[in-house]
Ligand binder design. Structure first.
Ligand code: ADP
Ligand code: MG
Length: 389
């Protein structure tokens, strides 16, 4: 999905007021009735309807009149709310080119007033392979009802909380800068995903380092669950940085051992295919330069309580953790990774809306409090040549 940030320049205070009113209405309405939006936004002279039309034109809202006349946010509308909030907080002031398209995210460069460039990850749960979405929908139907926007917010919150905690424990991860709604701002990692690397200077060292991270994560009570060549960044000095954390689970998870082994095997398979590293199944690496031994889940001294302690400190509640885990867990038997068809879902199948699944934290509703909101002042670089991988 293109993020046409140019539109941001033309949105007025009233536009954002109405957009925020729709977001608030979505707490307990799948489709928010126009009158309710008008009441929440309380613009003078009944200006809401004109604004709604404008927001619709820019695809920030979706209009639905199947049951009654109402609106809901699109991912783009949600993007703009998050971007506006973060710009107002002074986290960044411009949005640049797209640097990554993940399966369930879009990543852009952003820069602050000092010219420091950072990475902005916009989570887009629900935009994934058709088959996987269907499996997950079927799966969710029996359990609970979530909206994709709510799940995307949780994915961002979880990613931010984990990144911060991991950084504090000395893991090589990006620096977690800030988070709002479904958007995470982090430091820009130099280098490239390992999947793009054809040759290494020190294959054994890099391999050992990577397996070492899996083990150290487990010692801290965690499993990455998507530990592969797409989520490992490497720079010219072969320094490793791990990214992408929304699917991490605790070592006390019922499928922990399976996830741990899958992460380990993924790395072994990649290194043997790409770099011809031979690794004996019995645990000894046949290359004499390396003494790597295949890590076993059962023999790791695992810490417990990491998740609960660290994450609750970041405002990530147990309920939120459970909600997101139900969705991001790779369902045994589903081959989520095989498809590459992308479906733009945008929350069409929100089921019975659960009002506890808020799209914002209470303190994020700054836009509607006080009218002395700053005008949107996002300077936008005109580059549009996103390098989708
Ligand atoms: P997804 O969850 O959708 O897989 P990722 O977090 O793995 O998203 O990011 C997708 C891609 O974006 C990565 O493979 C990488 O190329 C790029 N990317 C993500 N985060 C950063 C970052 N902090 N710095 C530089 N590039 C990044
Ligand atoms: Mg990824």
């Amino acid at each position: 999905m293109k993020l046409d940030v140019d539109v941001l320049r033309y949105l007025s205070k009233d536009d954002f007021r109405v957009l925020t009113a729709v977001e608030m209405g979505m707490r307990n309405h799948e489709i928010v009735p126009a009158e309710l939006i008008d009441r929440i936004a309380s613009l003078r002279h009944g200006g809401t309807y004109k604004v709604l039309k404008n927001l619709l034109k820019h695809k920030l809202l979706h209009h639905d009149s199947s049951k009654y006349d109402g609106f809901r946010l699109t991912y783009l509308g949600y993007d703009f709310l998050a971007i506006k909030t973060l710009v107002n907080r002074g986290v960044f002031s411009s949005v640049g080119r797209q640097i990554g398209v993940g399966k369930e995210s879009d990543i852009f460069e952003v820069a602050n007033e000092d010219g420091t460039v950072m990475a902005m990850k916009l989570h887009r749960l629900g935009r994934t392979s058709f088959r996987a979405v269907k499996t997950k929908r079927d799966y969710l139907k029996h359990r609970s009802s979530f909206s994709w926007l709510y799940l995307s917010r949780l994915a961002a919150l979880k990613e931010f909380a984990f990144m911060k905690a991991l950084q504090e424990h000395g893991f090589p991860v990006p620096n977690a800068v800030d988070c709002n709604r479904h958007c995470v701002i982090m430091s820009l990692v130099q280098g490239y995903p390992l999947v793009q690397v054809k040759q290494l200077q020190n294959t054994d060292t890099v391999f050992d380092k990577i397996l070492g991270i899996i083990v150290r994560l487990a010692e801290h009570g965690l499993i990455h669950c998507d530990f592969n060549e797409f989520n490992i960044m490497i720079d010219d000095d072969e320094k490793i940085t791990i990214i992408d954390f929304p699917q991490m689970v605790s070592v006390s998870h019922r499928n922990a051992e399976m996830y741990f082994d899958r992460d380990v095997n993924c790395i072994i398979k990649f290194f043997s295919k790409r770099f011809n590293l031979s690794f004996e199944a019995d645990g000894s690496d046949s290359d004499s330069d390396s003494d790597a031994v295949k890590p076993r889940f059962s023999s790791i001294k695992k810490a417990s309580g990491f998740l609960d302690k660290e994450l609750s400190a970041s405002g990530f509640s147990r309920k939120e953790q459970d909600d997101i885990e139900k969705f991001t867990e790779k369902i045994p038997g589903s081959d989520d990774d095989d498809d590459d068809e992308i479906e733009e879902d945008e929350g069409k199948d929100i089921q019975n809306f659960d009002s506890s699944c808020s799209l914002t934290k209470n303190d994020d509703e700054e836009q509607l409090k006080g009218g002395e909101d700053q005008e949107t002042s996002v300077a936008v670089e005109e580059e549009e040549e996103g390098e989708g991988e």
